[in-house]
Write a protein that binds this ligand. Structure first.
Ligand code: ATP
Ligand code: LTN
Length: 377
């Protein structure tokens, strides 16, 4: 028995219990608050499993279209349980096209609220604004030095956007894929959920990562693309050979996810189709194929079921049904968006927390890269 009898022993035991409980309490708090990979990683290790990491992004260049939603953001929301996810608003990418400061600022906030309205949950995923995490611009520059001019020249998005903005073919538009590679590689992402149009950029990311690893050892995880089976390339309603795009000059070419029900119905009624009458999915019927894919994505019906449903009914009926189904499908997103926009304080707390988490995760990779390259630290 130590000096002083039983009391010091009890006190020591009591203190140890307090320290232990404090630790448990702290880690519970962190796992509820933290939501970052570090914490989730800890949890995953405790559970004996390691969840794969997802990263994806969308440009705040306008209100998301139905294409963005079906082809990308809806899938992001569905992945939050199974994976450790980071989703970002790619505002650094957005300035490759000239933006009006006031409009851009509003769009960034609107788009952030839209991400939450589409089901992204800051309690489950890291949801952040790219320009608030400096590691993206830093690694973007470094990776540009490991990306070849010839590779960038082959990018179809660069060619398309150079045509659309012939008066502003800037260096950022050209090196855009190096920044996108940085976005992905900073988080050591396993999977990148994207629409079909981003496949080429992802391939380039893989090439750049392999090249860097080849020189310096195993620095980056080589990511895989994750492209949805339905809705991966929703087409323009005005020209069904082109993809639906939120920065299209013609508002009838896209359905914005905040369009009013009557506008949505009207846009589908006007959608360009062909001179036939039969609702069936066939080569050469781009307009009808697009509407059928959309209807399938929002109702869950197969193409055969849709053909049977509209047999002998003509395009008018079909277009009206697609419009109504889409309007109904988007209603909950619109309602949630209205609630979120009424609470700017909450939105701000979410994006600040997202930036902190993203900063912590990305700085690990950035530090490693700097060391490998030979920068003095
Ligand atoms: P912008 O018109 O400004 O170029 P965008 O509408 O093409 O924008 P992005 O921000 O470039 O949209 O893309 C965000 C995500 O949405 C990406 O994963 C992209 O692949 C996907 N996406 C974009 N357009 C479509 C579409 N029409 N169909 C399916 N997925 C799409
Ligand atoms: N380039 C993409 C947006 C984007 C992105 C990313 C997507 C920027 N960084 C990282 C996936 C992963 C686009 O134009 N849709």
């Amino acid at each position: 028995m130590p000096d002083g009898g039983l009391w010091p022993v009890i006190r020591k035991a009591y203190m140890s219990v307090c320290v232990y409980l404090g630790g448990v309490q702290k880690s519970r708090l962190l796992s509820r608050r933290g939501k970052g990979f570090f914490i989730l990683k800890g949890e995953a290790i405790m559970e004996g499993e390691k969840k794969k990491v997802i990263l994806s992004g969308i440009q705040p260049t306008g209100v998301f279209t139905l294409g963005n939603y079906i082809g990308a953001v809806k899938n992001w929301a569905a992945m939050q349980e199974e994976f450790r996810c980071a989703y970002m608003l790619a505002d650094l990418h957005a300035i490759t096209v000239r933006q009006e400061p006031k409009v851009l600022r509003e769009q960034i906030l609107t788009c952030y609220a839209l991400l939450l309205a589409c089901g992204l949950d800051p309690e489950k995923s890291v949801i952040f604004i790219q320009s608030q995490v400096p590691a993206h611009a830093e690694l973007g520059w470094m990776l540009a030095c490991y990306t070849q001019f010839g590779e960038l020249s082959r990018m179809t998005q660069f060619k398309d956007k150079s045509q659309q903005h012939a008066d502003n073919i800037n260096a950022g538009l050209f090196t855009y894929p190096s920044l996108m590679a940085a976005d992905i590689l900073l988080y050591q992402a396993d999977l990148v959920p994207i629409g079909e149009d981003q496949r080429q950029h992802l391939e380039l990311t893989r090439d750049v990562a392999s090249r860097f690893n080849g020189i310096y050892g195993n620095v980056f995880k080589i990511p895989e693309g994750y492209i949805a089976k339905t809705g991966a390339r929703v087409k323009s309603l005005a020209d069904p050979t082109k993809k639906m795009s939120k920065s299209d000059e013609n508002p009838n070419a896209y359905v914005s996810i905040l369009d009013k029900p009557e506008t949505i119905i009207k846009k589908f009624k006007r959608a360009v189709t062909d001179s036939e009458t039969e609702v069936c999915f066939r080569e050469g019927k781009d307009g009808i194929n697009n509407l059928m894919s959309i209807y399938s994505a929002v109702t869950g019906r197969t193409l055969d079921e849709i053909t049977a449903e509209f047999a002998g009914r003509g395009y008018g009926d079909f277009k009206a049904a697609v419009g109504e189904a889409v309007a109904e499908y988007l209603r909950p997103v619109q309602e949630k968006f209205a609630r979120l926009m009424a609470d700017k304080g909450y939105l701000e707390s979410c994006y600040r927390q997202g930036a902190e988490q993203a900063q912590r995760i990305s700085s690990r990779t950035l530090e490693k890269v700097k060391k490998k390259i030979g920068f003095v630290q």
